[in-house]
Design a protein around this ligand. Structure first.
Ligand SMILES: *Cc1c(COP(=O)(O)O)cnc(C)c1O
Length: 651
């Protein structure tokens, strides 16, 4: 590439340390962070400048620094150890899956999700659903589960959040630069970019296929932003949960249908298709279409064949939590499908409705499509399983609602992603060797009692100090930008107190999560926070969905509270909650607060992240905590009771 007056030179990796590039392009480092410390050693300032992104770092680092590192015996010793770990991991034949399922050699699970939260440098996730998908891929990699994942490559991803001087959320969209991220185009046999397509009403839509390596697992992502597409279609995969309903149906057609074609184009033959939430449920229609064509069978028969290889996980405890498309859009985008399936037009629309629905006033519900046609269906906690059986009871009118065929798998986390590095070192010292490979075994954790209280507390205080520094920086940057006076900012951040009991509350600002509940009795919370002998401080963070006005009001309210004299320097509101910030919060606070409206949480996972860092949960008995709480490991808010109204539940 020639640029007038400017030559871009990409540094050449010395061969002694050439594996840096290969490992930088595998998200393995997201939970093996020793690798990242190598970059800090090569050039610490640059490492911070590039936002802890190893791929970008390798593009910008000076040749001189690389040579110095390659000639530094200490550095290469450390490097060799990490390369060996990486190679052993990637090549290991002795995985949990191989040991437990030696006969399942041909299994392949295709995992579909609209979002993936893998690391802070890849903003293609919004919240818990994406974090779960990301953690799933990492865990599948660790366990050796044969899994391939499918998603969309969002040019702008999810919004970056600014909170202005009045507490108003401002959304910013920043284009991702794929050449500086661990994302690479997939090539076809001729070495050209692999393209797949799907038919849309106006024209074929072509999708460029990219891949992200997550340890032993590959995530394929589709991208509509290529010259082959008409301008109107190029932006289809631009933003996560952006655009209007038509953008949404287009995205979901890409995810479910083009995603299925993509696996075919790669020669992969999944034995199971897993839909993580209803966004990908159109894959059912694609599979039925292919089955009818390839096996020359009836719609009914194809339906059964498809059910034998599909699994659906529902994540929401409200019917409207699923995408519901107006029938005119279904008509427009699926015209011709009823003929192919040899069913009537009305029967086709009813695929996404409860059996007794009034077709005139009902939309096409992606969750119902998935429930009706998947062989296995599950909620995300024991309680959510029960709630889902009642909620979707009408999908099976001939059986009692509580007998609906929906089970549950309680959500979990990828533990090693979320344990802070210094806590990991403590575990290395006291738990058995290679504890990371056996975290599902209760025995592995028994030796945790051997950790002396003081050492545990010291590690916790180190995390707390790091968190409070970050709070200071986040608040200072925000208030400075918004024109607050230096003295005022200093007055706020200087009150941050490592000896105060620190409560954390961060998650999406959705109304059911009730972020402002703790301020219900202002007088009481004022006394608690200002207790001289036993001071308390609370740190909030979270994004509201761009179109969620009520969620944004919650942010504004917390901002206003934090600026009141009695709460200044006691209540802190951070902007731009993401994986990076989350790692500091869940490990650096003393108490993790969660008070959703029961049973709206479904599962929740942030409390699990807190607990593996020794941070104590204080939570409504909802989602995972209803199963995790054992009367000794934290506190509950309220009881297991059902309330007839949400107002009652506030008492
Ligand atoms: C873990 C996590 C979530 C999910 O948190 P919940 O409290 O379970 O909703 C959302 N966003 C980020 C950035 C996370 O790390």
């Amino acid at each position: 590439m020639y640029i007038f007056n400017k030559i871009t030179v990409t540094p050449q990796l010395p061969s002694r340390i050439e594996k840096l590039s290969e490992i930088a392009n595998n998200l393995w480092w997201a939970w093996n962070t020793d690798f990242l410390t190598l970059f800090k050693k090569i050039d610490g300032d640059l490492w911070e400048q590039v936002g802890k992104n190893p791929v970008k770092f390798l593009k910008l680092v000076s040749q001189e620094r690389l040579e110095l590192a390659a000639n530094n015996p200490e550095f290469v010793k450390e490097y060799d150890k990490i390369v060996e770990n990486f190679q052993n991991y990637i090549n290991s034949k002795n995985t949990w899956f191989k040991k437990n399922y030696p006969d399942n050699k041909n299994d392949l699970i295709a995992y579909f999700s609209a979002e993936y939260g893998l690391d802070q440098i890849l903003p293609i996730y919004s919240g818990g659903l994406g974090i779960l998908s990301g953690d799933h891929l990492k865990s599948a990699s660790d366990l050796g589960i044969p899994l391939v994942a499918v998603g969309l490559l969002y040019k702008q991803g999810f919004m970056h959040q600014r909170i202005d001087g009045y507490g108003q959320q401002k959304e910013e969209y920043i284009d991702n630069d794929w050449s500086s991220l661990p994302v690479t185009p997939v090539k076809d046999v001729e070495g050209k970019d692999l393209l797949v397509y799907v038919n849309l009403p106006k024209k074929k839509l072509y999708l460029k296929v990219w891949q992200i390596k997550v340890g032993r697992v590959t995530l394929y992502l589709m991208d509509s932003d290529i010259d082959a597409n008409i301008p109107e279609y190029r932006g289809i995969t631009s933003t996560l949960y952006g655009g209007n309903q038509e953008t949404r149906i287009q995205q979901e057609i890409v995810l479910g249908m083009a995603g299925t074609s993509l696996l075919k184009a790669l020669g992969l033959k999944p034995t199971i298709y897993h839909m993580n939430e209803g966004h990908s449920a159109f894959l059912i229609l694609e599979l039925i279409k292919n089955t009818i064509k390839e096996k020359q069978v009836s719609f009914e028969m194809a339906k059964d064949i498809v059910a034998s290889k599909t699994v659906f996980t529902t994540h929401t405890p409200v019917p409207a939590g699923n995408d519901i498309f107006p029938i005119y859009l279904i008509e427009q985008y699926f015209n011709g499908y009823w003929d192919r399936f040899s069913i009537s037009r009305e029967e086709f629309f009813r695929l996404g409705m409860k059996p007794n629905a009034d077709i005139k006033n009902t939309g096409f519900n992606m969750g119902i499509l998935a429930l009706k046609f998947s062989g296995k269906k599950n909620g995300v906690s024991k309680l959510h399983g029960a709630v889902s059986r009642e909620l979707f009871g009408e999908v099976w009118p001939n059986i009692a609602a509580n007998e609906s065929p929906i089970s549950y798998v309680t959500n979990g986390i990828h533990t090693c992603t979320w344990i802070a590095p210094n806590m990991k070192r403590l575990y290395n010292k006291y738990l058995k060797p290679y504890w990371q490979d056996d975290i599902q075994n209760d025995d592995t954790w028994k030796r945790i009692y051997d950790i002396p209280d003081k050492e545990l507390w010291d590690v916790h205080m180190q995390r707390k100090t790091k968190l409070l520094n970050l709070v200071k920086e986040n608040i200072t940057t925000r208030l400075k930008r918004e024109g607050y006076h230096y003295d005022e900012i200093n007055n706020i951040v200087s009150k941050l107190d490592p000896n105060a009991l620190t409560i954390g509350f961060s998650r999406r600002f959705a109304t059911y999560k009730r972020a402002t509940l703790i301020f219900k009795d202002l007088e009481r919370i004022t006394q608690i926070l200002n207790n001289q002998g036993r001071p308390v401080q609370i740190i909030f963070a979270g994004k509201a969905h761009p179109s969620d006005g009520e969620g944004k009001e919650l942010i504004k309210y917390i901002h206003e509270i934090s600026m009141k004299p009695q709460f200044k320097g006691k209540v802190f509101l951070l902007e731009n909650y993401n994986i990076g910030l989350s790692k500091y919060l869940i490990s650096g606070v003393d108490v993790w607060l969660n008070n959703p409206r029961r049973p709206m949480e479904a599962s929740g996972t942030s409390g699990q992240k807190a607990s593996v860092n020794g941070v104590i949960n204080f939570s409504v008995l909802d989602g995972w905590w209803a199963e995790g709480y054992d009367q000794t490991n934290g506190w509950t808010i309220g009881t297991n009771a059902e309330y007839s109204s949400y107002e009652d539940q506030y008492q």
